[in-house]
Design a protein around this ligand. Structure first.
Ligand SMILES: *Cc1c(COP(=O)(O)O)cnc(C)c1O
Length: 367
């Protein structure tokens, strides 16, 4: 399933003649929210064993028509990515480490027995869609165009085997500032009953199935007044893994920064990996190792841990206020984010928005 087509990326564009007017688009961009509005175009391509990846095209945004027997609807053979396009002060538009998203999607595809999409097809699809919808990249502070590449089993067949027809698509959604009124800590519910992923499972793949299994514990979090849920390892229920869609960081009193090591069941976030580099640039010792739930609870209580934050593309860096569980809570930040959290967040978004030098070559111009 892993053979990559060697066809070079070439894309046709069918402009949307019935798209939104400038006034309608401006109304959306004035208050985009997150994941609510979509641009006028979408990218599509298909794969079969005979053709490899083929028929790359930008077409008007609209519903997909699926046979009720389409494999993804039954067996969840699906993966996705998430990245943003940022408008810089000179009006150019840039993506952050898109090749890393391409490579992660290839690893996810491998785990889900889907065909890998070559890196030039991935970056080509992003560039083609952003070019068609460049007017949808907002220009307000900390706004962006969120890009959602995804791939799914599109063969109409109920037999259980890897799909012989696969669809790859990219849609785009303007995103407002995640924290319009400044960084506000989120409260996190510790899921003691459920795990997100297990050894040998799909935890390291970015697949919809992982999210499906995180929704029930997420509901439990909401019932307990928390915005996010933290998962532990599935064997000992002791080692901190991550949130439903964000990785975790712990700032120690000595200035060092700890993040749970990649265990095979943790998703390797591109934000997580960028922070490893940036925190070191800022003079912090960065350590990837196992972190137990007791270390988190006790560390916050006795001051060994001074700040906790979560990170991912959508919310960038999110301070953690309190960790709650059935019968108790541990408070790491009341009201405002800590100094190191602010410092790391600024270092990252300043690169993404072109306000700081891109010393690591992370930015790619797309429009
Ligand atoms: C996407 C995702 C992340 C964050 O990854 P980024 O590349 O930083 O956006 C973390 N955890 C899970 C489970 C994810 O799906």
């Amino acid at each position: 399933m892993n053979a990559m087509t060697s066809t070079p990326f070439r894309c046709t564009v069918t402009p949307n003649t019935g798209g939104r007017t400038d006034a309608e688009r401006d109304a959306v961009l004035a208050d985009p929210g997150f994941g609510r509005h979509f641009t006028d175009h979408m990218f599509l391509a298909e794969w079969t064993p005979e053709t490899g990846w083929a028929d790359a095209r930008v077409v008007p945004y609209g519903p997909l028509s699926l046979d009720p027997a389409t494999a993804v609807l039954h067996y969840a053979q699906e993966i996705f990515e998430g990245l943003k396009a940022y408008r810089h002060a000179d009006d150019s538009v840039w993506c952050f480490r898109p090749e890393d998203n391409a490579e992660r999607m290839q690893r996810s595809a491998h785990r889900l027995a889907l065909p890998e999409l070559p890196t030039d097809w991935f970056t080509g699809s992003i560039e083609a869609l952003v070019a068609a919808d460049a007017a949808w990249v907002p220009s307000g502070e900390e706004t962006s165009l969120y890009l959602r590449p995804f791939m799914f089993a599109s063969e109409a067949f109920l037999g259980v085997r890897p799909s012989q027809h696969v669809t790859y698509s990219v849609i785009a959604s303007p995103a407002g500032a995640y924290f319009p009124g400044g960084l506000k800590p989120v409260d996190i519910w510790l899921s003691e009953e459920y795990s997100r992923a297990g050894a040998g499972g799909t935890g390291a793949a970015k697949c919809g199935g992982n999210y499906a299994s995180s929704l029930l514990p997420q509901q439990e979090a909401t019932r307990n007044g928390c915005q996010q849920v933290a998962f532990l390892d599935s064997v000992e229920h002791r080692w901190v893994e991550e949130l439903g869609g964000m990785n975790l960081y712990f700032v120690q009193a000595d200035g060092s920064i700890v993040t749970p090591e990649l265990s095979g069941s943790i998703l390797e976030g591109i934000t997580r990996s960028s922070i490893i580099t940036l925190a070191a640039d800022l003079g912090h010792d960065v350590v990837e190792r196992r972190v137990s739930i007791d270390e988190w609870r006790d560390g916050v209580a006795d001051g060994t841990i001074t700040e906790v934050f979560a990170c991912g593309t959508a919310a960038v860096v999110t301070p953690v206020g309190r960790l709650k569980w059935d019968g108790g809570e541990a408070v790491s930040a009341d009201g405002d984010a800590g100094k190191v959290t602010h410092e790391i967040r600024s270092a990252l978004v300043d690169i993404q928005y072109g306000r700081a030098e891109d010393r690591h070559g992370w930015m790619t111009r797309v429009a």
